[in-house]
Design a protein around this ligand. Structure first.
Ligand code: DSN
Length: 416
């Protein structure tokens, strides 16, 4: 066994024997992983179906068109959008829209990172700040530590700055997104709208969350998403654009910013879309809508249990993720490490109006999409929440919790 094989085996065992609560991860079906390691990976095909620069693309042409069709069938019920399946991941999908539609000096408006936005939405560390101006809108506490988009502030920021592009869609926002209201207001002020649904696309696909796809002013002009979170596919992305914009988007991806498409990733995305459409199955034979409903119920149970044990919940969840504010004497880095030691994998996170840094923020983010794919039910979700609180307050010793975690992890499905 060479060193890489050893590391792969170690990673396999780590994933199998721990409880993964990272809201942006999931366990795709073995068929998805098989396609990632398939001969599709050997082929170059700069260009698009029917117009490639190299020979030998008759199968990739058909496969790419097929996956485009599957993506549109899952998300676009009104035949209003085109889709690019070559975009490599979520952040490049977002920057494709900036590069395709904006000129240097134009303004982009988004939610900032601490309030639930994403680095690629022109956070101060983004290189795109060299070319575009950035303004942010806010969240507001609607009571009981529940922060939602502040629509008044959204309206005022639109009126003041007249941004060329408004981004709706977030990374650490447990509430449902108000797509139609925000899209309508942004369009009224003359802005284009990009909905980044990287986190909630599985819920949208399952019909459990409002969709930003549709005809008319209350829908987005562009929709970006990753394929590996609640969609349960391979690492990758999809970028949709209203038909009038799709040619500009395609040109910006190739030849604008990308070389050859990653066909193995595109084929694997097709597999997860087939599973969502019910034309193939995830190994547990549970259909995608049922799975997605379970994700919501495990998350709610998890959050309720944390709350019942005295933790401060931020923005009571309506999605697959829960945000928690740690007691002021807790250090989120130390706590994340402590959880890792007992086998619970999570990430520290900023909370709205956080006064601490992104490196050592005040909160933790937990999601249940990954473990629900392994068969976690609400009893399991409750158990994990109790283990987390026991770890935080030292109400049980670490070795006991470590044993409980391993037992639970080993009782769950493992598909590989
Ligand atoms: N890293 C992903 C997340 O955790 O939300 C998105 O970039």
């Amino acid at each position: 066994m060479n060193h890489l094989s050893t590391l792969t085996k170690q990673e396999f065992n780590r994933q199998k024997n721990t409880l993964n609560l990272i809201a942006s991860e999931n366990y795709p079906s073995p068929k998805v992983l098989e396609l990632l390691g398939s001969v599709w990976s050997n082929k170059y095909g700069e260009g698009y179906p029917g117009k490639r620069y190299y020979a030998g693309n008759e199968n990739t042409d058909e496969m790419e068109k097929y996956v485009q069709d599957l993506a549109l069938r899952v998300f676009d019920k009104t035949d209003s959008y085109g889709v690019n399946v070559q975009v490599l991941s979520g952040s490049p999908a977002n920057s494709t829209v900036y590069l395709a539609m904006l000129s240097s000096g134009d303004t982009i408006m988004s939610l900032n990172l601490a309030n639930g936005g994403h680095l690629s939405h022109l956070h101060e560390t983004s290189n795109y700040n060299k070319f575009f101006k950035h303004v942010t809108y806010d969240v507001v506490n609607i009571g009981d530590n529940t922060f939602e988009i502040d629509i008044e502030n959204f309206k005022n920021t639109l009126e003041t700055y007249k941004p060329k592009l408004v981004i709706v869609g977030f990374s650490a926002y447990p509430r449902g997104y108000k797509f139609s209201e925000m899209c309508k207001l942004a369009h009224k002020s003359g802005s284009l709208v990009l909905a980044d649904i990287a986190h909630i696309n599985g819920l949208v696909a399952a019909g459990l969350h409002d969709s930003p796809f549709g005809e008319g002013d209350e829908f987005a002009d562009f929709v970006s998403m990753t394929t590996h979170k609640t969609l349960r596919g391979p690492r990758g992305a999809l970028l949709f654009a209203k038909k009038e914009y799709i040619t500009d988007i395609n040109k910006t991806i190739f030849p604008g910013t990308n070389g050859g498409p990653h066909f193995h990733q595109i084929a694997a995305t097709g597999q997860c879309l087939l599973e969502i459409l019910g034309e193939d199955k995830y190994p547990d034979n549970i259909d995608f809508i049922t799975y997605s409903k379970l994700v919501l119920s495990t998350c709610k149970e998890f959050e309720n249990t944390l709350k019942g044990r005295g933790l401060e919940i931020i923005s009571s969840t309506q999605t697959h993720l829960a945000l928690v504010k740690l007691p002021s004497d807790s250090d989120s880095i130390v706590f994340q490490q402590k959880l890792e030691r007992v086998g619970i994998i999570s990430n520290r996170n900023m909370i709205p109006f956080d006064t601490k840094s992104a490196w050592r923020p005040s909160g933790m983010r937990f999601g249940t999409a990954a473990l629900t794919s392994r068969g976690l039910d609400i009893n399991g979700a409750k158990k994990i929440a109790n283990m987390i609180v026991d770890t935080l307050f030292d109400t049980k010793d670490e070795s006991t919790i470590t044993k409980e975690v391993l037992e639970l992890a080993q009782s769950l499905n493992w598909w590989y």
